[in-house]
Design a protein around this ligand. Structure first.
Ligand code: KPL
Length: 309
């Protein structure tokens, strides 16, 4: 029994980045649906190689240990199913950290989980190179907090552990606002780059720039009605600055939604666009561009789910 073990459920790029960084500090177990090589390598943003042996477990064959923390690092659409598969195995009180994009599973799992729930939003960039290799593409920052404003000590301790492991983190009292801000950026960038198969920087050019502007206008009106302020509190202009700063900083990147499309995977459209459209309908605000993207991505998801003829 290793009561201080951090379980990392969802061994994609972010999950393995967290596991490999934390493994130098605390016991770590990677939990997933399929078996991955136990020896994993991280290529750091500086080009160094960090190799570690990690304990692995499949969800169906979890060891008899009580984890200190469960980090859920699946894609947003996999989070609730992954939690359901684990929940009956966890004693009450085990803290859960939700690392998902969007604002869909976070309120639901905060209600459902029998223990403290923290949400994390991060700008760490990572991508999978192979089953045993992940690239930490760029250093970022992580914010941690509970939607119900509780568990500050737990969040503080976790932020210190992550920071000491090389993933700078801090606790915040407004994690809901921060999750919505990231969602806003994702909503203005991701559907367009996925639809037109372009890198983020191409959004600066015609014909894409006005399309981004229309999305920002819709998102800004919805978030203002939801009382979610942009970072500098400056209304529509604040949202424009935020989105264009991110486009600039990630100009040569392929956004996560484009990577999902190119790999034939489901995208995170429900977690990113559906909460915005639900808010738009609550406040009776028009959102034709967001709705068009959601419809299109839903059609794609339905086609992916169909068995090949
Ligand atoms: O988070 C992102 C993603 O790729 O999903 C960015 C780079 C901000 C684009 O929305």
């Amino acid at each position: 029994m290793t009561p201080e073990t951090h379980w990392i459920v969802g061994p994609g790029a972010l999950g393995r980045l967290i596991a490999l960084r934390l493994a130098g500090r605390v016991p770590v177990r990677l939990v997933g649906r399929r078996r991955l090589p136990g020896h994993q390598t991280l290529i750091t943003p500086e080009g160094d190689t960090l190799a570690r042996s990690l304990d692995m477990a499949r969800v169906e064959a979890l060891p008899a240990e009580t984890p200190a923390v469960v980090h859920l690092t699946t894609k947003a659409h996999g989070a609730e199913a992954a939690h359901a598969a684990l929940a009956t195995r966890l004693p009450e009180g085990v803290p859960l950290v939700l690392w998902q994009n969007g604002f869909a599973c976070q309120p639901r799992l905060t209600e459902r989980h029998h223990g403290p729930v923290l949400c994390a939003t991060t700008t760490e960039g990572a991508h999978v190179q192979a089953d045993d290799r992940v690239t930490h593409a760029g250093h970022g920052h992580t914010y941690l907090g509970a939607l119900d404003g509780r568990h500050r000590e737990l969040a503080g301790a976790l932020a210190r552990t992550l920071t000491a492991a090389g993933l700078p983190a801090e606790t915040v009292d407004d994690i809901r606002v921060r999750l919505w801000r990231k969602l806003a950026v994702n909503a203005a960038i991701n559907p367009l780059v996925a639809r037109y198969t372009i890198r983020n920087g191409q959004l600066r050019d015609r014909p894409f720039r006005p399309m981004v502007e229309r999305l920002i206008t819709e998102v800004a009106a919805i978030l203002s009605a939801e009382d979610v302020a942009p970072p500098d509190g400056n209304g529509l202009e604040g949202w424009r600055q935020l989105v264009w700063q991110v486009v600039e900083a990630t100009a040569s990147n392929r956004a996560s939604m484009l990577q999902d499309v190119l790999a034939g995977r489901l995208t995170e459209h429900e977690a990113i666009l559906a909460p915005l459209l639900a808010a738009a309908s609550r406040h009776r605000l028009p959102a034709p561009c967001l709705a068009g993207h959601l419809d299109e991505l839903r059609l794609r998801a339905a086609a992916l789910a169909e068995p090949p003829a």
